[in-house]
Design a protein around this ligand. Sequence first.
Ligand code: 5AD
Ligand code: SF4
Length: 482
Amino acid sequence: MFNELDFKKIDLTKDAPVEETQRQYYYIAKARGMIAQECTKEGRTFTYCLKTFGCQMNEKQSEVVAGIMDEMGYKRQDTEDADVVIYNTCTVRENANLKVYGRLGRLHNLKNKNPNMKIVLFGCMMQEAHVVEKIKKDYPFVNLVFGTHNIFKFAELYSEMLLEEKQLIDIWDGTDKIVEELPTERNYTFKSGVNIMFGCNNFCSYCIVPYVRGRERSREPEAILTEIKSLVADGVSEVMLLGQNVNSYGKTLENPISFAQLLTEVEKIEGLKRIRFMTSHPKDLSDELIEVMANSKKICHHLHLPMQSGSSRVLKEMNRRYDKEKYLNLVEKIRTAIPDISLTTDIIVGFPGETEEDFLETLDVVEKSDFDTAFTFIYSKRSGTPAAKMEDQIPEDVVKDRFDRLLSLVQQKGRVVSSRFEGTVQEVLVEEESKEKGIFTGRTQYNLLVHFPACPEMLGKYVNVKLNTCKGFYYLGELQDN
Ligand code: 5AD
Ligand code: SF4
């Protein structure tokens, strides 16, 4: 874990070290010097705005970029009228890409007013060749572009960019490197994501992730445990273990270890109260994991188990390697072992060739599985994936109609399922003050949101809250004697 360093002690007259972590510290120190000079000249501190699109893996990687920007001497702000604007991009659906292009148009106007403004783009969307071509051609005012594999090089690339007039682009095809101990600025003091693996080997036929995040690589368990221990020492009590498919964690390590074994080790960490993880692939969810979850005092009884479709035929086309029956059996097995489990899922509608019968199978699984929430997505064609080449892409009006029907069932069921805790008292981690002053928001172990009157001193603490009224996906509650 990164500890405060004295960057002034780094000798910049020497060449940059080869060892990657030390090398990045060197470049932080170098950029820090350049930025300090500019700040003195202008008589103010420079600002940056960092926006993250996409998943929690991106959120976590943005914390590293924020940590490095802070160390380099910048001050973070929320709005984009900053000296540096950084977007960590997602490309899982076309919409995510369109959002970035839209924002870049607006940034151009801001940059016209402040020509010294720097614009940095990185993350999944930048791993696509056609995106980079478009940026070169249509957005020449962007200063720095890099991808997912070389995020650990951020300080080095940024220093180089400061000395460059022209657009700097550095995209790698892959990496086997996992660089530890870079500075991190966490979004919350009391909870944190922890990467346990990177990349994905599953190649679901609709999904771009394996192409933009590369092959699956697990972190060594010791590195994960050390990180969590120092997070706990720093005030964190809830961790979310992150990976595209956590159920296959550890299989490719020199000394293989299962995800369930890793969880057992994490559980032993004193002072840690809650463990969450994301995302589970149904094909790899082991009995061992269910047992560890059922016996654990710290693993939250919430499981995100993306089903994608309820039709065995579509699941086969999606290359998911389970069918409807296997999914339903798995749900039943989990509910038998952990009766109070909260299940959530992801569903795609309008996959190429999806018929009305296929869609009805999806509704059937939703009907039977009692999900607390389902995240529903309209299929988005991602170039380079096998599904993009499939014939029989579904007309927009048909997809829209199915999407509306699915959403209505998901909401109707979710309201009933989520209200099962109405009237009970639950332990809640107080996470933030809502827009309404004096009203705070927290989460139960089931990942259900609760709004209740409280005071700022309770932030980051566990309190007992009576869940008075279920409002669909959240509760209104009141503090009990704590
Ligand atoms: N179109 C629509 N949804 C997608 N997802 C992944 N790829 C696509 C796509 N091409 C959804 C899946 C996944 C979630 C993170 O995004 O449901 O679980
Ligand atoms: Fe988006 Fe997938 Fe990349 Fe996460 S891993 S940011 S969901 S494309």
